[in-house]
Design a protein around this ligand. Sequence first.
Ligand code: AOF
Ligand code: ZN
Length: 362
Amino acid sequence: MAHALRLARQGLYSTHPNPRVGCVIVRDGQLLGEGWHVRAGEPHAEVHALRQAGEAARGATAYVTLEPCSHFGRTPPCAEALVGAGLARVVAATLDPNPLVAGRGMQRLAEAGIEVRVGVLEEQARALNAGFIKRMESGLPWVRVKLAMSLDGRTAMASGESQWITGPRARAEVQRLRARSSAVLSGADTLLADGARLTVRGAELGLDAQRTALAMGRPPLRVLVDGRLRVPLDAPFFQAGPTLVATAQAGDVDAYRAVGSELLVVTGEGGHVDLPALLRELAARGVNELLVEAGPRLAGAFAAQGLVDEYRLFVAAKFLGSSARPLLELPLERMSEARELRIEDIRRIGDDWQIIARPASR
Ligand code: AOF
Ligand code: ZN
């Protein structure tokens, strides 16, 4: 199963909106076939592994990182393929939360007399597809908020000057975070301040040629939250390809369409963009993982509304001083209001540090 998980991770940048899945077929300690799901519309992991194993699959064991599917989607059901190939045993890391499957895959296998087991390296398997699982279970994407700050918790000088707080290695990591996401989101403040495009740039990913090609073949949807439509249509963001603009007021739909952009009106309280409604809409469009790369106000709004699943905090070893801007606009008065986080990982990236943290409540 550990090997099947390694295979599944090959699809990190390309399977959207599908989950990343790997499969190996084994008999008497011998590897007979292996495969991973590359992209939606193409064969599932099991199909690749079965093709490789051929007749040898009869009586063998399949390890799959996700319950084999039982439905006709873009491809036929893997459970049937496994039954047809005569597998003796199928071990799945975790069940498929897709309501079209949800246990029916394992059930079909068991009914055909195959020995089944679920729950091997389940935690790792679920972590790899946290976005897909959350979308299937709650109709919302996995929201990952990227923030970059100095050791004294500042993000930009008072002037707004903010680029290059962290070094090239950390920026490459952010590129990979973009590339694995179904969508990347920012706000009008950020785009107006630094002309961000939110694109994935192959040369900056730091990946091998195969993975770079997979990542570039499926660029994330770029989303702008612009409540009052302040970002002009000649901004670099719009020049870099199709986008989705979420706004709180009616606008010139045709003008946005002319630059390859879709205008989505989602008005919430106080004339702001209704972030939960936007998240539901993104999930409905198949967004599993959403990367939020916003300034203190928008990132603060995501935090204040309890919409964040994961923080990626890049910390640069420098002080920006007391007149620089804070990381999040989150006006809290008392210690009792403090937002508790649980740190999952801290690692050095070049001269910077990356902290992965989750709200303690999740
Ligand atoms: C598997 N093995 O490798 C994957 C599965 O439209 P389709 O046919 O690609 O089906 C997509 C659904 O199939 C997806 O939502 C998820 O439930 C499952 N993904 N299942 O047996 C795989 N990628
Ligand atoms: Zn399948």
